[in-house]
Design a binder for this molecule. Structure first.
Ligand SMILES: *Cc1c(COP(=O)(O)O)cnc(C)c1O
Length: 406
């Protein structure tokens, strides 16, 4: 049977201790043991089903982790307090001093800053490459390379990684392929395409209500256990643990993700097509004009569409700022970073979420001044939203008013 990520979430059930339809929340940081021997075994990692201390794991975090592992098709998962709290321990777990990482150059600003400015302190160095050029990816690999890192759909330029081909390169050179799938949950299932580890910032589409940060690492039992190891595990020792109350809340939101993603995708596809027809420079993987449209199509779980993220270029930062302010005043969305909210969010990445990337490098990768990144919301009437956005663009001379024919 075909891999059905949303069904895999829906089919998981953990009842509460009184038969509640939701699992009980584990409201404890520590756990009692009936015998001292069991406590010792748990420390040693040999007592399945026993909890030790909530930084290691807790029932609520395991429920959420297992649902996300089912969604991504990995053996298991470990949730964390933020997306960065998932990314940083994975890279520090996989690399030691002297090791090398090959990473896509268009990645989340925080991840870029971590690899560019932080890991060199530990003598872990990174080569940044255009991930869409497989020959450049392979050429950047050295005998010290341990990790190949990318986002399935990149932030903010919406470049698409060829996960199948990247996984072949990773296997050939004995590297771990780590894919951040934050922009395309359900639409793309990286582990099914050969990724070894899949990461999400749960802050975005998966939680979907912009009320918390959170993260997850999906991978093999062996890798997740190594992250949780009490003596050496990067997740355990760096301590970026999610709180149980929050895990329970995110799990409840996860169950409607499939409906939300379908609506985000439907609305984004509609707006992208309209903007493009109007002559606005629009980037959306669901447009035939997108350089990786066919690649995305070949990888996607088609019922979820091409996702909720699109960018347009309005020519200059000044115009971009004016347009965003006008759209916000018209209640078409919010001038805010982040993504995956019910309301459309927009920001100019060059001066916000990607400001960690130096201007020269921004230019090289095509991150222009006039770029606006949209996370398209769940609007019930997207045509009305479009017409109002169009009106804002006409006011600012970004578009000429349409001649009314007839
Ligand atoms: C937001 C984001 C992150 C970081 O997640 P936080 O929850 O903010 O720590 C990582 N990767 C991508 C693609 C993101 O959009």
């Amino acid at each position: 049977m075909a891999f059905k990520p949303a069904n895999n979430i829906q089919d998981l059930q953990y009842f509460g201790e009184f038969g509640g339809v939701n699992p009980s929340i584990s409201d404890s940081s520590t756990y009692t043991f009936l015998s001292a021997k069991t406590m010792f075994d748990t420390f040693e990692g040999n007592a399945d089903g026993c909890y030790l201390y909530s930084r290691h794991s807790s029932p609520s975090n395991l429920y959420l982790g297992e649902a996300l592992a089912a969604m991504e098709g990995t053996e298991t998962a470990n949730v964390s307090a933020s997306g960065m709290g998932a990314i940083t321990p994975v890279l520090l777990e996989l690399c030691e001093s002297g090791d090398h990482i090959v990473s896509s150059r268009t990645i989340y600003g925080g991840t870029y800053a971590f690899l560019k400015n932080f890991t060199p302190r530990f003598n872990i160095n990174t080569s940044f490459v255009d991930i869409t050029k497989l020959d450049l990816v392979e050429a950047a690999i050295t005998p010290k390379t341990k990790v190949l890192y990318c986002e399935s759909v990149s932030n903010p330029l919406l470049e698409v990684a060829d996960i199948k081909e990247l996984s072949k390169i990773a296997k050939k050179h004995d590297l771990t392929l780590v894919v951040d799938n934050t922009f395309s949950p359900l639409s793309i299932s990286p582990a099914k395409l050969g990724a070894d580890i899949v990461i999400h910032s749960l802050t975005k589409f998966i939680n979907g209500s912009s009320d918390t940060v959170g993260g997850v690492i999906c991978g093999s039992h062996e890798f997740i256990n190594s992250l949780r190891n009490v003596n050496t595990g990067a997740s355990m020792l760096l301590g970026s643990t999610m709180d149980s109350l929050r895990a329970s809340s995110i799990l409840k939101n996860l169950r409607t993700l499939h409906i939300r993603i379908q609506q985000h995708s439907k609305n984004a596809q509609y707006l992208a097509s309209k903007f493009e027809q109007d002559g606005i420079k629009t980037v959306y993987p669901g447009l035939k004009s997108h350089p990786s449209h066919n690649l995305f199509k070949s990888m996607m779980n088609s019922e979820y569409g091409f996702g909720g993220m699109l960018t347009i270029d309005v020519g200059s930062l000044a115009k971009a700022n004016q347009l965003m302010e006008l759209m916000q005043n018209d209640n078409l969305g919010y001038l805010a970073v982040s993504l995956g909210f019910y309301k459309t969010l927009f920001s100019a990445p060059g001066t916000s979420t990607s400001s960690e990337i130096p201007e020269k490098e921004q230019n090289e990768m095509g991150l222009t001044d006039g770029l606006i990144r949209f996370s398209i919301g769940l609007d019930a009437d997207i045509d009305r939203t479009y017409l109002k956005m169009r009106y804002c663009m006409e006011k600012l001379d970004i578009l000429k008013p349409k001649m009314i024919s007839k």
